[in-house]
Design a binder for this molecule. Sequence first.
Ligand code: MN
Ligand code: MN
Length: 433
Amino acid sequence: MKKEIESYCRDYMRFLAAAKTERRAYAEAVRLLEAKGFKRLEDMKSLKPGDRVWRGYHGKTLFAAVVGREPVTSGIRVVGGHTDAPRLDLKPKPLYEKGGLAYFDTHIYGGIKKYQWLVLPLALYGTVVKKNGKKVDIAIGDAAGDPVFMISDVLPHFGKEQLEKKAKDLVAAEDMDVVAGIGSVAEILKKKYGVEKDDLLSAELEIVPAGAPREVGLDRALIAAYGHDDRVCAYAGLHALIDLSKGQALSKTGAVVLCDKEEIGSVGASGMESSFFENTVAELIDRQAKSARDIDVRRALERSQMLSADVCAASDPHFPDADSIGNEAKLDGGPCAIKYTGAATKSGASDARAEFVAEIRRTMDDAKVEWQMGELGRAEKGGGGTISKFMARFGMDVLDFGTPLLNMHAPWEIASKHDCYHTMKAYRAFFAR
Ligand code: MN
Ligand code: MN
């Protein structure tokens, strides 16, 4: 078992290092899928049981499926995670100079504690689309010998006034700007990447922590990395689906969705609020039944089931005030099922029905998955949400089920190897039941 956990986590850490943004997670996932015989859905005229397909959207949101014996109209089993993570986006006109230094002006994406992002080595990733449609991919900060970027902070000697402030005011969002060099860096962008200053108007450039995932602790039982939320569940779902042996017949079609924009509310064309998922189910039915009637698509959606594959907060012994004592998720306790998210009054929660929770309990216990059940933090302390409510909208059963993390949304988050592995095992059991 120990060997399987180590080997799985090595692969996961490799994925994380390659997938620092949603676009890169998408590209890496497609590479893994195609290496294992998954074909582009658009290229398939019909579908038969056992077929392996994927469909992408805007290079960010991805759907992959192994076709089951029963038709898609009888419902599919979905593991849905997200591949975007909190970060700093470059503004459309990011370059400016101040006091002889060149800066990137940034805009926060997702929920962060701003102070955690100061004085850290940072990397720059993204895509610049020139007026003629030509794309230039940028990746600076993680390859050997690459420079990094950094947000500066005032020294302790002169920081007395700053330290009197509330933590949220230690640095203003508008001042979360990244040192990009001394003097004009526009020339370097032009020379080295062929990118003009105006090309940055049509670009998606992201500042993320530099550095590959690292093992933590003398026993190496933990992994520190940027973007565990939610690549730890996204990768687990992807791995579980890809790893189904070729001849393994699933009764229901098994699918993963790796979506974008979860951290800013699942909005936008590549977020789960869009029609991408419905459209993809219609595309599947169209290839099975030769025409996807509206009622068939609705039936398929309503009869489907989903594990909303997103991380949860592990109890931190140093911050017990954040926990719902007795219902807290424990680090190393296995993936955690969360019946409802939301805040103190369950507002915004999709709240899975007890019958579905019982089915999942049976599935996990039969497959010897080490899992736990918990709540998302102490009532009235805050709250959170996942993509579950956007899928529950179709009438399908949805349960939040994912890996517990320490320091969620920090530049470096911590997960336990045991939990990473059992998350994958849980999704595998869900597909195979
Ligand atoms: Mn998440
Ligand atoms: Mn999150």
